[in-house]
Ligand binder design. Structure first.
Ligand SMILES: NC(=O)c1ccc[n+]([C@@H]2O[C@H](COP(=O)([O-])OP(=O)(O)OC[C@H]3O[C@@H](n4cnc5c(N)ncnc54)[C@H](OP(=O)(O)O)[C@@H]3O)[C@@H](O)[C@H]2O)c1
Length: 288
């Protein structure tokens, strides 16, 4: 049952995204068979150039036949979904169904699902859909591990004095690497993955000022403008339909009042070390 680094096929979904970009370098030397999923042609080209040893597959996660194709012969999947997609729940359930099919044929062993910190927060549409996917995965009979991260992005799109917990991408990638490598030790586990206790974005900006040695100011962006900027960042345009715009709108409204709170204890247990502090994380960004 233990890992076979030469034979096992590891599928990483959304390979061009932030999470996989930190994870792939940790896996690619050790696991000989990596299958990297991409959505766009641009990402297909760039991922093929960056990881010439890996198998790169382009597929629409909305198409159940594509999903079955990329899941074929897989041993472990690390499933990250596209952000703020109106069909996110269906796409992720297709992945679970395809994995169940593979498990019936005897090849599939481990479904590692990258969810979100606080999937129970139903007022956040992008969290609520992940809650249902977690339920679907937990009832599937598969061996699973659910990781619930919050990534360290700072936009002043919401009130900077509301508290959040942040997850350093390097901590998240190292934790997922251990989960994939150690396999059985993490079956049926759910890990809220936060690197910090709750802190405000204002405090984070003060740390950035200290690390950079110059004052960083906070510009609070009005709601409609913030939604436009987020849509532009996510979809390349502000001209998105109302169903797509609903998710970033509700996230900003929620974050303005409530934030997102976590505790680094679980992540530190998985890592076997202290989590990365915001100051360490910023120094790494400057050095890289
Ligand atoms: N940002 C946060 O604070 C945060 C926190 C916790 C969890 N999450 C979750 O993490 C996930 C995003 O992961 P990430 O941050 O690593 O990604 P990311 O950096 O936002 O990149 C987006 C990824 O989605 C892919 N994609 C876009 N549209 C797609 C489609 N229609 N079908 C299939 N793939 C598509 C893109 O592939 P191409 O480049 O090939 O188009 C790209 O790999 C989301 O589910 C989000 O809810 C985010």
């Amino acid at each position: 049952m233990s890992a076979n680094y030469d034979q096992d096929l590891i599928l990483l979904v959304c390979a061009s995204g932030k999470q996989c970009s930190a994870l792939i370098p940790l896996l690619s030397g050790k696991w000989k068979r990596l299958r990297l999923h991409v959505n766009s042609q641009a990402s297909e080209e760039s991922i093929k150039t960056r990881y010439p040893q890996a198998e790169v597959v382009r597929a629409s996660l909305e198409n159940v036949d594509h999903v079955r194709r990329i899941m074929s012969g897989v041993t472990t999947v690390h499933h990250v979904g596209p952000p703020f997609h109106p069909r996110e729940k269906e796409m992720r359930n297709f992945m679970v169904d395809a994995a169940v099919e593979e498990a019936r044929n005897g090849t599939f062993k481990h479904f590692v699902y990258s969810s979100v910190l606080g999937p129970q927060l139903s007022k956040l549409m992008n969290h609520d859909c992940k809650n249902y996917v977690e339920e679907y995965l937990m009832e599937s009979g598969l061996n699973f591990t659910i990781v619930q991260p919050k990534t360290p992005v700072f936009p002043a799109f919401w009130n900077p004095d509301v508290q959040f917990s942040f997850t350093a991408l390097n901590d998240l990638a190292e934790a997922v690497q251990k989960i994939i490598d150690e396999r059985e030790k993490h079956y049926m586990a759910q890990y809220p993955a936060s690197s910090t206790m709750p802190m405000t974005n204002s405090a984070l900006v003060s740390i950035a000022s200290k690390v950079l040695g110059k004052e960083v100011n906070i510009a609070c962006i009005p709601f409609e403008e913030a939604v436009d900027m987020l849509c532009k960042r996510l979809y390349g345009t502000t001209q998105v339909n109302a169903r797509i715009r609903d998710e970033p709108e509700r996230m900003i409204l929620f974050y303005n009042k409530r934030g997102l709170l976590g505790n680094p204890g679980v992540l530190e247990w998985v890592l076997g070390r202290k989590a990365t502090t915001p100051e360490d994380w910023m120094r790494r960004q400057i050095d890289s």
